[in-house]
Design a binder for this molecule. Structure first.
Ligand SMILES: Cc1cc2nc3c(=O)[nH]c(=O)nc-3n(C[C@H](O)[C@H](O)[C@H](O)COP(=O)(O)OP(=O)(O)OC[C@H]3O[C@@H](n4cnc5c(N)ncnc54)[C@H](O)[C@@H]3O)c2cc1C
Length: 255
């Protein structure tokens, strides 16, 4: 590749920050605008490799699922502060240039065609599923979806109103599994009969109680310990662990 070609290629990967919106105490949505035609053909569940400018030049790229629908004209990422890179996200100002490589990944690639879907998310591992649900809402999908979202408390969740609304628009049931909640009864709202709350981590018992069966297509995303435990629990329903589609939110890189 010549220098001119490679600088053209780099230019293509440049996106501009539109805004950064706080979702909860340590999680932020980053909205980006750009004109890279590869992203116009993205699928729900894919991720980008994001670099930001630092005093030493472009940072190492970090992976983030696209939380917005593939039909959106902007890129919407939702990022939890875990270390140096992610802690810089809330300070990005509108107009700042960032670099996005992608779209990447195969997670959820055939999900549109699955009639019955079980989503198991841990913490910010909800992002690829938000993309799928936002896409399903856009295309008025009738797939049956049961979403189990594991968090410590309701303070860790986000997009709550939107997800509640989706239980009316879609064939969707949502179960918040709260590992550190003492009482969950107060969270129930009569107008959202498709939203449930469970104390404790995701268990085989909870999966079964809310209609998960081994005939459905299982998807799992989150940090490695949550994923390991959810796989064991799904196994207790005789789900073949090898058939569970997985995206691991682990990051081993530096910078
Ligand atoms: C395919 C893919 C998609 C991803 N999508 C998203 C997304 O949509 N939103 C998002 O917020 N993150 C996502 N991640 C995780 C994200 O890439 C990392 O959290 C981020 O790159 C860490 O960079 P950092 O420099 O801020 O933290 P580091 O300095 O690299 O890490 C800080 C500390 O946090 C730990 N750590 C790192 N990541 C996690 C994690 N996910 N959970 C728990 N502990 C962690 C590290 O072991 C370390 O101890 C995704 C990862 C992958 C592989």
């Amino acid at each position: 590749m010549t220098d001119a070609q490679s600088s053209g290629q780099e230019q293509k990967n440049i996106w501009k920050v539109i805004k950064v919106v706080p979702e909860n105490i340590d999680t932020y949505s980053l909205f980006l605008e750009g004109s890279d035609e590869k992203f116009a053909r993205r699928r729900a569940g894919q991720f980008v490799s994001l670099s930001i400018m630092t005093p030493d030049g472009w940072s190492a790229p970090h992976p983030f699922s696209i939380a917005g629908a593939p039909e959106d004209s902007t890129l919407h990422l939702t990022i939890k502060k875990t270390g140096q890179f992610t802690s810089a996200i809330p300070d990005l100002k509108p107009g700042t240039e960032v670099r996005c490589m992608g779209p990447l990944g195969l997670f959820c690639q055939d999900i549109d065609a699955k009639p019955a879907i079980i989503m198991m998310a841990g913490g910010v591992g909800i992002t690829p599923f938000l993309s799928v649900l936002r896409h399903f809402r856009n295309i008025k999908a009738r797939n049956i979806v049961i979403l189990f979202w594991v968090n410590r408390t309701m303070e860790d969740v986000f997009a709550t109103d939107e997800i509640q609304g989706m239980t009316s628009d879609l064939n969707l049931r949502v179960i918040y599994c709260l590992s550190r909640a003492d009482d969950v009864e107060g969270y129930y709202r009569q107008e959202y009969p498709g939203v449930f709350y469970e104390k404790g981590r995701l268990s085989g018992e909870i999966l079964k109680r809310h209609g998960a069966t081994k005939e459905a297509s299982f998807y799992l995303c989150g940090p490695p310990p949550m994923m390991a435990s959810a796989l064991v629990e799904a196994g207790s329903l005789n789900v073949d662990q090898g058939l569970v589609e997985k995206e691991t939110f682990a990051w081993q890189g530096k910078g």
